[in-house]
Design a protein around this ligand. Structure first.
Ligand SMILES: Nc1ncnc2c1ncn2[C@@H]1O[C@H](COP(=O)(O)OP(=O)(O)O)[C@@H](O)[C@H]1O
Ligand SMILES: [Mg+2]
Length: 287
């Protein structure tokens, strides 16, 4: 009998994290695997004691340390915690995407500034403004559902934001006007596209559904398909939710790769349950 843990974050109050885990656990059960839903803190990472462990774990959380802990005990973890770690910080992720030459908005990784200090007088920020102009996007390294992505329209907002973000990883990014309020989400499992949706918002530059965007199924162009697969591959994500923007002439640009992508919305919109593909990939991989 094969057993697995489906791990989600137990500290978040929204039901969408448990719901996501239930989708994956149900898919595991359908495939004959005994699945246990686990809040991340239900496993005590007590380094000095033995634990009863599953045959594999699906890590739907960003508790990267738990992933490393389970791996150290010999449990295969999907996605690999090192990949979740890389993707969880948009700055490290963009460094990797750019190194592999993927088309993406022009991006500048902000330098580390300690919270009690400031580089306002250094001239650094003027160089950023000169390169990117306004409006500009500022994106925190760690953020989801569009909540840590800001459209900066003028200097006053720019300087206020960079001062506010001292001590936090973030990037400056070109605003892709041709993609304002719209993007594409592509769910990939093991290098193959499982489902995709078009998202658009009438009220915000961000297309995230949680932020008021509406979604519909979409038939991807060949270029969009290739770009999504390349992006997931570039960061090594077996399970990936790739966001694509629309550049000039609709050419696809990589917006980000989520290594712990939610699958409820795409199920509701397309009828495709990505969890089944995830479980069947894992079972094949473990064979
Ligand atoms: N450079 C950009 N130009 C235009 N729109 C953007 C840009 N970056 C992000 N967006 C919009 O903001 C949304 C959220 O950004 P994203 O990087 O995907 O962060 P999150 O992890 O919060 O989803 C995207 O889905 C897209 O609609
Ligand atoms: Mg996104």
């Amino acid at each position: 009998m094969t057993t697995c843990w489906v791990i989600y974050n137990g500290s978040l109050v929204s039901d969408k994290f448990a719901d996501q885990a239930r989708l994956v656990a149900d898919a595991a059960e359908r495939a004959g695997v005994t699945a246990k839903l686990m809040k991340n803190y239900e496993t005590m990472m007590d380094l000095s004691s033995e634990l009863e462990l599953p045959d594999f774990a699906v890590l739907l959380d960003k508790d990267i340390l738990l992933g490393y802990f389970l791996k150290s005990r010999g449990v295969p973890v999907y996605n690999d915690p090192a990949i979740i770690d890389l993707c969880d910080n948009k700055a490290t992720q963009y460094i990797q995407l750019a190194a592999l030459g993927l088309p993406m908005p022009q991006t500048i990784v902000a330098p580390k500034v300690y919270p009690n200090f400031s580089i306002l007088e250094s001239g650094y920020f003027e160089r950023v403004i000169e390169k990117l102009g306004f409006p500009m996007i500022i994106k925190e390294g760690h953020g989801s559902f569009g909540m840590k992505v800001y459209l900066i329209e003028h200097e006053a907002a720019f300087y206020a934001k960079v001062e506010e973000l001292r001590g936090i990883d973030f990037v400056f990014q070109e605003f892709i006007r041709t993609s304002e309020g719209r993007d594409i989400r592509v769910n990939i499992v093991g290098g193959e596209i499982v489902a995709a949706m078009y998202r658009h918002s009438e009220t915000d530059f961000r297309a995230n559904i949680t932020n008021g965007g509406k979604a519909s199924p979409i038939e991807l162009t060949e270029a969009q398909e290739q770009m999504a697969i390349k992006a997931a591959d570039a960061v090594g994500a077996i399970f990936a939710g790739v966001d694509l923007l629309f550049g000039e002439n609709e050419e696809p640009l990589v917006c980000e790769v989520n290594a712990a992508a939610h699958i409820r919305n795409i199920l509701n919109v397309t009828g495709v349950n990505v969890a089944d593909a995830m479980i069947s990939y894992i079972l094949e991989d473990l064979r």
